[in-house]
Write a protein that binds this ligand. Structure first.
Ligand code: SAM
Length: 219
């Protein structure tokens, strides 16, 4: 028997236009909100007057634990907001460990990978998805996985991040035998007012700097 509920809610890639009705309802029902600043932006109009627990790179586990503790005391429902879809590169395993005694519902969101696949006009099921967000020991394995994916005739959909941006991905791929004229697309700040989509080749992407908030598709 669970006493408390936690909703782990995907809020879409950044614009409220991509917030689903299901996500809105879950957020309205919760009185405790947890998220990074960017996670809260698409739902800002829904969270006024609620208890907000703001996460950042130094404190994200501790802040979620504090919110869980408070919710247990007051028997409140928590909504953890996550940009895009919460089952894609959003620290889901860690979150589930923070709320072991809560009834958990994951509310799917529209992911940046869906918007990038649409911009590139490719099938997601013919692609390999790689996220460079959690860093750590997997970095070298993930870089090799990009080569394996292309060599297996798959597209790559890469969530770039501080560890590896589009420029570095393009340089790595071309230095490791992938043709410089391989088509690639970089989608920056999708669904936001400063959205930019650059279409070209790996050679073009290797010569430019991009925002960390980019999805790169290699076709
Ligand atoms: C921590 S991951 C979260 C992914 C998210 N759960 C999703 O489904 O899109 C953050 C990465 O997602 C990608 N991303 C998220 N929102 C984006 C947007 N609006 N435009 C471009 N890339 C985005 C970028 O690669 C960014 O570095």
């Amino acid at each position: 028997m669970f006493w408390n509920k936690v909703y782990i809610v995907g809020v879409g890639p950044g614009s409220p236009k991509y917030l689903t009705r299901e996500a809105e309802e879950a957020i309205r029902e919760a009185s405790v909100i947890v998220g990074w600043e960017l996670d809260l932006l698409p739902a800002r109009h829904l969270i006024d007057g609620k208890k907000i627990y703001l996460q950042n790179v130094k404190n994200y586990i501790q802040v979620a634990e504090t919110a869980a503790k408070e919710a247990r005391k007051s028997n409140e429902t928590v909504a953890v907001l996550r940009i895009g879809d919460p089952c894609i590169s959003s620290g889901l395993d860690g979150l589930l460990k923070v709320f072991p005694d809560f009834e958990v519902r994951i509310v799917s969101g529209i992911s940046s990978i869906q918007l990038a696949a649409a911009a590139a006009q490719i099938n997601i099921d013919e692609s390999v998805l790689i996220s460079f967000h959690d860093g750590g020991d997997d970095f070298e394995k993930k870089r090799r996985f990009m080569l394996d994916g292309l060599n297996q005739n798959r597209h790559l959909i890469i969530l770039t991040g501080p560890d590896l941006g589009p420029k570095e991905a393009a340089i790595y791929l071309t230095n490791n035998g992938i043709s410089e004229i391989t088509p690639a697309i970089v989608c920056e700040n999708l669904a936001l007012s400063d959205e930019k989509i650059l279409r070209g080749t790996l050679q073009d992407m290797a010569a430019k700097q991009f925002s960390w908030r980019s999805v790169m598709v290699v076709i």
